[in-house]
Design a protein around this ligand. Structure first.
Ligand code: HEM
Length: 544
């Protein structure tokens, strides 16, 4: 059969495609003109209207001020998205170390596009009260909220501005509480490994990031909301996805300067909002049940965060509301799930990426076997405290695999903070510390880039070089070790994080052979956040 081409259709089709191309070109040109005019307007705004904090005219800066050259300033603010780590190191070497002076660091994170980086000599200021008699006041809350941009995810501002749940952590998860929580997390960790990693003596390959994170997040979730919901697979998965989407979403939102966020942030936050509402929906019935019991006068209940929270709000009807309580629990998922997962997974990858992994594992195995025999497992805080090499490995991993480039944020909210040398900082300025550079400074740690697993425990084991004093443990912040912050607001969850990570590491070392699949994973910085190697693979098998 002969097919005759349908000319009547072909001709308009080519005309259509030309028209479509013209439309496309027109729209693209329109979009480019709109973006360029928008950028130009912003440059003018930077030059003429944006109020610049007076302190930034007095301090050194890694880059020139907007008054010198607005386009260069705008370019460097944009570059901060992928170069914050490099800029922070440059400023640390030039100003913090060489001159012991604060410096201005450009960033898309805050209004005015600049934060003030304090030198290590100002670390003792972190022990001062938030409110001083001279009327000066600062807070760490604004920086914590802005890291995850909670305001775009949680509509009820009371949750993140009135942080009652921080007090609950302080009251119930202090060092003295660890012995009470140790048996619960030890059991949960064992059950988590058996359910998730299994007892197969054949090698199997898993995603190293998720696989290790799952175990530790299950233990954390158990302390947060208790059984049986803490073991619900859907609940566990939702909480991990929520914590991750909140943190990653926050990191992306922070790459947009504040004046652009009203367009971008609500869209980026949708993912975290979705998982948050799923999590809250699953939790609310349990909270309601417990509120009923509480209202009937039953004060006692499961020993978990949810119950501690309810007891604290018992006499406060405004706070004793199921959805509000569930949201408070959800807002703790980032430190509880994401931060512990981040640190524990990084530690496993650091051990197995090290050229000395065999020696590290042999050292850990010797210690875990000995301590387990002495204490009958790791169900007491005495047993966990005896794991000095495990402690050292985790502390060293936190040092080399920092979660953020800079940390310990303090925003001035009233009066002026005196930094000495005639430098006074007024409201609206965010100050922070170059923590990653402090952790990688050769004056603080010899051979700082090396992951030296027993760096902190070795001096106390070797009879020839027996050091004075005591080994520095994960939960002990010092001016050269600040992944948990330092001073008055140092993380109140650090004893729990340290204890559960040590229990999990000990179980893993004693029961599984693990190997890294592929080359050692790399991490990179997105603005202030170190993006972890979420695709890293490991293979594992139950020890025969
Ligand atoms: C390895 C895991 C963790 C890391 C790396 C971490 C890190 C931090 C850091 C850097 C701060 C800010 C300190 C400051 O501003 O001076 C902080 C504060 C805080 N963390 Fe953690 N954290 C972890 C685990 C936890 C856990 C498990 C909890 C709760 C159960 C928790 C609850 C808190 C709270 C409530 C604050 C606010 C303290 C305050 O404002 O006074 N964190 N954490």
């Amino acid at each position: 059969m002969i097919t005759i081409p349908d000319q009547s259709i072909a001709r308009p089709a080519s005309l259509c495609s030309i028209m479509a191309w013209m439309n496309y070109l027109l729209y693209s040109a329109g979009a480019i003109v709109a973006i360029l005019s928008f950028l130009f307007a912003q440059l003018l705004r930077l030059k003429f209207t944006e109020a610049r904090q007076p302190i930034f005219e007095k301090v050194d800066s890694v880059h020139p001020s907007p008054y010198w050259c607005p386009p260069t300033f705008a370019r460097n603010v944009t570059k901060s998205i992928w170069s914050t780590q490099r800029f922070a190191t440059e400023g640390y070497l030039k100003f913090s170390k060489a001159l012991d002076r604060p410096f201005a660091l450009l960033t898309t994170w805050v209004g005015g596009s600049t934060v003030l980086v304090l030198p290590p000599s100002k670390i003792p200021m972190l022990t001062r009260p938030d409110k001083m008699k001279d009327g000066s006041e600062w807070t760490n809350l604004h920086g914590l909220i802005a890291t995850t941009q909670l305001a775009y995810v949680i509509d009820d501002a009371n949750i993140y501005e009135n942080v009652l749940h921080f007090d609950v952590v302080r009251r119930n998860m202090a060092h003295r509480d660890m012995n009470r929580l140790a048996p619960v997390t030890a059991d949960e960790i064992e059950q988590g490994f058996l359910d998730s990693w299994g007892t197969d003596t054949e090698w199997k390959t898993i995603n190293g990031w998720d696989g290790t994170g799952k175990i530790i997040s299950r233990a954390a979730q158990r302390i947060l909301i208790g059984l049986p919901l803490s073991r619900d697979e859907k609940m566990l998965e939702t909480s991990r996805l929520y914590a991750t989407s909140l943190l990653v979403g926050g990191a992306i939102i922070n790459c947009f300067p504040p004046w652009m966020r009203w367009v971008a942030a609500p869209v980026i936050a949708l993912r975290a909002r979705y998982y948050q509402s799923k999590y809250v929906k699953m939790l609310v019935p349990v909270v309601e049940e417990r509120i009923v019991l509480l209202n009937r006068g039953q004060q006692e209940g499961p020993d978990d965060f949810l119950q501690w929270m309810l007891q604290m709000c018992a006499d406060n009807p405004e706070q004793l509301e199921a959805e509000r309580i569930a949201l408070r629990v959800a807002s703790l998922l980032t430190p509880l799930i994401f931060a512990i997962c981040y640190v524990f997974s990084s530690c496993i990858l650091d051990i197995h990426s090290s050229p000395y992994s065999a020696e590290i594992l042999a050292g850990l195995k010797e210690e875990c076997t000995r301590v387990s025999a002495e204490h009958g497992g790791f169900h007491t805080s005495a047993a966990v405290d005896a794991l000095k090499r495990c402690d050292s490995v985790l502390r060293e991993s936190m040092r080399v695999s920092d979660v953020q480039v800079t940390n310990i944020f303090r925003d001035v909210t009233a009066g002026e903070i005196d930094l000495g040398n005639n430098l006074r900082v007024g409201p609206g300025v965010r100050m922070l510390f170059p923590t990653q550079d402090i952790h990688m400074d050769p004056d603080n740690y010899p051979d700082p880039k090396k992951f030296d697993a027993f760096r902190f425990s070795r001096p106390f084991e070797n009879a020839d070089i027996k050091a004075e004093g005591e080994q520095l443990l994960i939960a002990t912040p010092t001016p050269t070790f600040m992944p948990f912050g330092y001073g008055r607001h140092a993380c109140p969850g650090r004893w729990f994080a340290a204890q559960s990570m040590k229990q999990a590491l000990a179980y893993l070392v004693l029961h599984y052979d693990v190997e890294l699949v592929g080359p050692p994973p790399k991490r990179w910085a997105l603005l202030n956040m170190m993006i972890p190697p979420v695709d890293a693979k490991i293979k594992l098998r139950w020890k025969a």
